[in-house]
Design a protein around this ligand. Structure first.
Ligand SMILES: [Zn+2]
Length: 194
């Protein structure tokens, strides 16, 4: 529980912070980094859920209903280009097939993965219940592994030990939030002159 309490008091940018709700207010500099990462303005942002060691966002938390009314189940969205590329590489290497085998064969992992699904929905519910996506989380949870981007995003936000498949994906990943490869390191922490 020690790392969970740090989320309440912790400053942005500490890798070991759990960054589930409540989130600190999003800065304009954060939004600018997210825009650059995504190649478009981020919509419905409620918080930065995980950061690179340099302080730049790696995961954005998004309203379950976007401002235009669209239901959006992927509450924790992996935004960092190097992180998304690393997850795509793992998917191409058929890592998900092995993970699904583990889920089918190991009841303890399956149980933990089900709990991760519940935790995901509970975090999202802080920002409203959206009937179209009720009970739907992301990444294939609670019974399948379908998108490592979503699962890694959850694992980065929640910290180790919450999402077993997201944790595995990050362990296998060539990208890590502890080795900055950002296009503009630290730009989210810079105060713009106004
Ligand atoms: Zn960085």
């Amino acid at each position: 529980m020690s790392h969970r309490s740090s989320a309440v008091t912790g400053a942005a940018g500490s890798l070991n912070d759990v960054t589930t709700p409540p989130f600190a207010p999003v800065s304009d500099a954060d939004l600018a980094v997210l825009h650059a990462q995504l190649g478009r303005p981020a919509r419905g942002v409620v918080g930065v859920a995980a950061r690179c060691v340099c302080g730049n966002p790696t995961v954005v938390a998004t309203l379950p209903r976007l401002p235009d009314g669209t239901p959006f189940p992927t509450f924790y969205y992996l935004t960092h280009p190097a992180a998304t590329a690393a997850m795509s590489t793992l998917e191409a290497e058929h890592v998900m097939r092995d993970m699904n085998d583990v889920l089918a064969e190991d009841p303890d992992v399956a149980s933990a993965y089900g709990a991760a699904h519940d935790a995901y929905l509970a975090d999202r519910a802080h920002f409203g219940d959206v009937s179209e996506i009720a009970g739907i989380s992301a990444g294939g949870m609670p019974t399948r592994v379908k998108c490592l981007h979503a699962l890694a995003g959850h694992a980065l936000a929640a910290g180790p030990g919450v999402n077993p498949m997201g944790d595995r994906a990050l362990e296998m990943s060539s990208w890590s939030p502890e080795r900055c490869v950002c296009a503009d390191p630290g730009s989210a922490a810079r105060v713009s002159d106004e």
